[in-house]
Design a binder for this molecule. Structure first.
Ligand code: DGL
Length: 269
């Protein structure tokens, strides 16, 4: 048993979708969530920059005595996980591999779509792992950079997000693609809009949800589960606490089942 917190981080508010999924399966864990709101977005930054930011955040979480790190951010998972694993000895779990396994198990046509930030798509992190498991897979990529600011602005319903979603996603319809990986923490917040454009035939993989299962198994296997009666989520942001709380209320409340116990502003570097 280990009652120390689990550290989770993302470039901003989106990683709370992963925290939400985590708390469904490991509801008695304490989570320290870092949203790097001062430096968001990561999706258009260089690999070196994303590695540096991620390293600084993990160092901070280690100082807070975290027992495990979850990289909720797809961009950081894509560009930095190998680097981070070479730097730190505690378990570090990213969202790419769980999303890949789920997509492989879901597709019937061996044809998978990936949507994400420019950096995630350019890194080919999902594509290369998918191909290494099944070289015959057909893979279609699409960067959807405007989805992140839509969520940050709370524009998650109505005409504007629908038009933008159509412009990115219509190319997937009338293809063999039957499974699409939502390769960005913000996208599950737009799931309704995305589903409306794609229809019910295409299955959506929420990397955060499947990562929660991997984390739960990893904690069990390594004897790291907590025996607390109930869990808590403490948020730490690198910019205005008020802006973060506003976005959480505007965009996340409709899909969020958990309460955040506290939010504090921190300096990472
Ligand atoms: N959290 C990032 C991700 O999952 C998206 C936002 C950003 O560009 O920083 O890729």
């Amino acid at each position: 048993m280990d009652n120390r917190p689990i550290g989770v981080f993302d470039s901003g508010v989106g990683g709370l979708t992963v925290v939400n999924a985590l708390m469904q399966s490991i509801s008695n864990e304490t989570i320290y969530y870092v949203g790097d709101t001062a430096r968001v977005p990561y999706g258009n930054k260089s690999k070196e920059r994303v590695q540096q930011y991620s390293e600084e955040i993990i160092e901070w979480l280690i100082q807070k005595d975290c027992k495990m790190i979850i990289i909720a951010c797809n961009t950081a998972s894509s560009l930095a996980i190998d680097y981070l694993n070479s730097k730190f000895s505690l378990p570090i779990i990213g969202v790419i591999d769980p999303g890949v396994s789920c997509a492989i198990n879901t597709t019937k046509n061996q044809s998978i779509g990936i949507i994400g930030t420019h950096a995630t798509i350019q890194s080919d992190s999902y594509g290369s792992r998918l191909r290494s498991l099944n070289p015959k897979l057909q893979i279609m990529n699409q960067a959807c950079p405007l989805f992140v600011p839509l969520v940050e602005e709370g524009l998650i319903e109505g005409k504007i997000p629908t038009l933008i979603a159509r412009s990115y996603l219509t190319r997937f319809t009338n293809t063999d693609v039957d499974t699409i990986i939502m390769g960005c923490t913000h996208y599950p917040i737009l799931e309704k809009i995305i589903r409306n454009v794609l229809g019910d035939e295409i299955k959506l993989v929420d990397s955060g949800k499947v990562t929660a299962e991997v984390v739960s198994n990893n904690l069990k296997e390594n004897g790291l589960l907590s025996d607390l009666n109930h869990g808590e989520v403490h948020s730490f942001v690198t910019d205005s606490k008020e802006s973060f709380e506003k976005i959480v209320t505007r965009s996340l409340s409709p899909i969020f089942d958990i309460a955040i116990s506290s939010t504090n502003r921190i300096d990472i570097n």
